[in-house]
Design a protein around this ligand. Structure first.
Ligand SMILES: NC(=O)c1ccc[n+]([C@@H]2O[C@H](COP(=O)([O-])OP(=O)(O)OC[C@H]3O[C@@H](n4cnc5c(N)ncnc54)[C@H](OP(=O)(O)O)[C@@H]3O)[C@@H](O)[C@H]2O)c1
Length: 262
């Protein structure tokens, strides 16, 4: 999401830097990239293709459908069968692939979080596209526990991508249920998103360990549950390196206790 222009709209300020982030990520062993054709729109997927196509065999690109952008960048729902189908075709074309490895059906959310309501109609369109061989795996995004259950009653759900980080933990019970079911949980806004995490406890823990608060936030997520896959967004190679290093960071028990109390 950070590889498109300001407000996730239009081209990035620095096209070469966006290519460099992607190439270094893959060269460093990253094998999971989250994207969507609504980023730009179409901009991020085309940058991905330019930077990495032909893709390494083990790279999983996960994309999302269920939204579109207004002429000034607003985020609008796009759940009709026609819109879901054309979004899948846009992703195939812009990424330059014959099949999409993971497609998340992205429901709408507001400041209160995901809204309840059946996802049956758009999900059945995605299942149809999967049967046609255009989509390998299906995931859900911005969903409630009830919607996850509805989705699982219709098809195999491989991942759930919701808002979750040190300061926003309303999905705690859902994460544990998904872990027990062998379903990946992919927290978006792992660093706080548009308002980066800021906390005196977080800063104090980071200072004690000699690392940055963002590295602590990511290390905490990695240890939160074995089914968590991280997708911190960055447009900068320096931040990419810093974020990758958090995988090696051991959080001692007293630091974990401090963070859990946040
Ligand atoms: N399903 C959905 O509805 C949904 C919603 C939101 C996001 N997402 C996905 O989740 C991904 C992650 O969310 P996000 O990118 O919005 O938020 P995020 O990962 O929580 O934070 C990204 C912000 O943190 C900055 N940043 C990254 N690494 C940093 C570091 N080491 N130190 C300081 N700042 C750092 C980035 O700026 P720089 O570019 O300067 O590094 C950017 O401003 C997105 O990229 C997108 O793929 C999905």
């Amino acid at each position: 999401m950070q590889l498109a222009g300001p407000g996730v709209f239009g081209p990035p300020k620095d096209h070469a830097a966006a290519l460099a982030v992607l190439r270094e990520a893959v060269a460093s062993g990253v094998d999971h990239i989250d994207t969507s054709d609504i980023y730009g729109p179409h901009v991020t997927n085309r940058i991905l293709r330019e930077a990495l196509h032909p893709y390494p065999k083990d790279l999983v690109i996960a994309t999302k459908v269920g939204a579109k952008r207004g002429p000034r960048g607003s985020w609008e729902p796009a759940f009709s069968a026609e819109e879901i189908t054309s979004a899948v075709h846009d992703n195939l074309r812009n990424l330059g692939v014959d099949v999409l490895e993971v497609v998340n059906l992205r429901a709408m959310f507001d400041a209160q979080g995901p809204a309840e309501g059946s996802i049956e109609a758009p999900l059945s369109t995605l299942v149809k596209l999967q049967r046609e061989g255009k989509v390998r795996h299906i995931g859900l995004s911005n969903v409630t526990a009830k919607q996850v259950e509805e989705g699982r009653s219709m098809t195999e759900i491989v991942c759930v991508q919701n808002h979750y980080n040190l300061a926003h933990r309303s999905d705690d019970a859902l994460i544990d249920r998904l872990a027990a079911a062998g379903i990946a949980y992919v927290p978006f806004f792992p660093l706080g998103g548009f308002s980066p995490l800021q906390s005196t406890s977080l800063t104090a823990v980071a200072e004690k360990l000699g690392v940055t608060p963002m590295q602590v936030a990511l290390a905490w997520l990695l240890r939160r549950s074995p089914n968590i896959l991280l997708i911190p967004g960055t447009s900068r190679v320096e931040h990419l390196r810093e974020n990758l290093a958090s995988a090696e960071l051991e959080l001692p028990a007293d630091a974990l206790g401090e963070l859990d109390r946040m």
